[in-house]
Design a protein around this ligand. Structure first.
Ligand SMILES: [Zn+2]
Length: 85
């Protein structure tokens, strides 16, 4: 179900509600049963904006790269230790 933004016809409060496509919602501020649905659907809560997602992908990638370098270094150390008496 999409989240829509509503504007109360009675008090003008704007709020977001999860509703069916043809649903309506009651105003959380004044309790009016009818609120006008605004056209643009808004992003669900918890979904990050595009920029933040890109940044987090970037940091995950550098973490993976660091872990890989770490494994290589450990393997090299182990090999070096094995070669020495
Ligand atoms: Zn209202």
């Amino acid at each position: 179900m999409p989240i829509y933004e509503f504007e109360c016809e009675q008090c003008g409060t704007r709020f977001e509600e999860l509703v069916a496509a043809d649903g309506s919602a009651a105003c959380p501020s004044c309790g009016a049963a009818r609120a006008r649905r605004l056209f643009s659907p808004v992003s669900p809560p918890g979904r990050q904006p595009r920029g933040a997602g890109v940044r987090s992908d970037e940091s995950r990638r550098s973490e993976r790269e660091a872990a890989r370098q770490d494994r290589i270094a450990t393997a090299q150390k182990r090999r070096a230790a094995g070669e020495k008496p």
